[in-house]
Design a protein around this ligand. Structure first.
Ligand SMILES: Nc1ccn([C@@H]2O[C@H](COP(=O)(O)OP(=O)(O)OP(=O)(O)O)[C@@H](O)[C@H]2O)c(=O)n1
Ligand SMILES: C[C@](O)(CO)[C@H](O)COP(=O)(O)O
Length: 225
């Protein structure tokens, strides 16, 4: 299975003045944990790290340290996650029929989750890992007034990996460019194009390291593994 790892962000919410994925999480950089999960997932045969060229020297050093055995390619990222994935899709080998996309920032996803998604995408066109929402969610307007309370049983928190048929995802991205859609995950492009996306049970610990608090939580989770 081909795996694209969007890693080209700036980490604004982390406030670190550099790509947060190069920050240390226990013994190694955040992105190293993600790379190791991909290396350990038996279903993954090729890895594309979508990243900004100014990070490539650091990323090459990390990859060399980890002694990764799988083919791994650095692909230039864009100015949004959506653009970065678009670039990643163009850089896939020509024989790629299906692809998993997994955020570099979700560095605690297990190899088992990657394998489960790789298996599931053989039987559908689009899927995402997700977990049921535990909080009561409110829809709130600009004045801070609650507008509605969606039925919780229908709410799921989206994670990555997300898996897709490559040709369909390329078409959905192209449609997104034509229509000017701005989305935060690839499943949203499938949804907008009216194509079914399935849920695969995600992992409660598969958090996206976004803020300094997330980094502390990730440290805690790793210390209990
Ligand atoms: N232009 C971008 C922006 C984001 N990403 C990646 O998409 C994932 C999810 O994005 P997020 O956590 O929002 O990362 P950042 O964009 O770095 O964070 P922020 O929004 O706080 O700036 C991350 O692995 C990030 O590196 C990317 O590949 N290209
Ligand atoms: C893809 C994602 O990780 C699913 O939860 C998320 O949408 C990434 O985008 P964000 O801009 O960091 O919310």
């Amino acid at each position: 299975m081909y795996l694209l790892i969007p890693s080209a962000g700036t980490g604004k919410r982390m406030g670190a003045n550099r790509n947060k994925l190069l920050l240390q999480l226990r013994s190694q950089p955040i992105i190293a944990w993600t790379m190791l999960a991909a290396e350990a997932a038996s279903s993954i045969s090729w890895i594309g790290i979508i990243s900004q060229p100014h990070d490539w020297e650091d990323l090459k050093a990390i990859m060399a340290d980890l002694k990764l055995t799988k083919p791994i390619k650095l692909i230039a990222g864009g100015s949004t996650r959506q653009e970065s994935v678009y670039n990643g899709l163009q850089a896939l080998p020509a024989d790629a029929k299906q692809v998993l996309i997994h955020d570099g920032a979700r560095c605690l996803a297990t190899p088992d989750l990657l394998n489960a998604c790789a298996e599931a995408i053989r039987h559908c066109s689009g899927l995402i890992a997700a977990v049921p929402v535990k909080d009561t969610i409110k829809v709130v307007n600009e004045s801070g007034i609650i507008q509605s309370t969606p039925e919780r049983s229908q709410l799921w928190a989206a994670q990555t990996p997300q898996g897709f048929d490559v040709e369909l995802l390329k078409q959905c991205h192209a449609e997104g460019v034509r229509q000017g859609w701005e989305v935060t995950d690839d499943a949203a492009l499938f949804e907008k194009c009216g194509i079914e996306v399935r849920i695969v049970p995600g992992e409660e610990t598969n958090l996206k390291v976004t803020t300094p608090q997330d980094l502390a939580i990730a440290e805690f989770i790793l210390s209990n593994r």
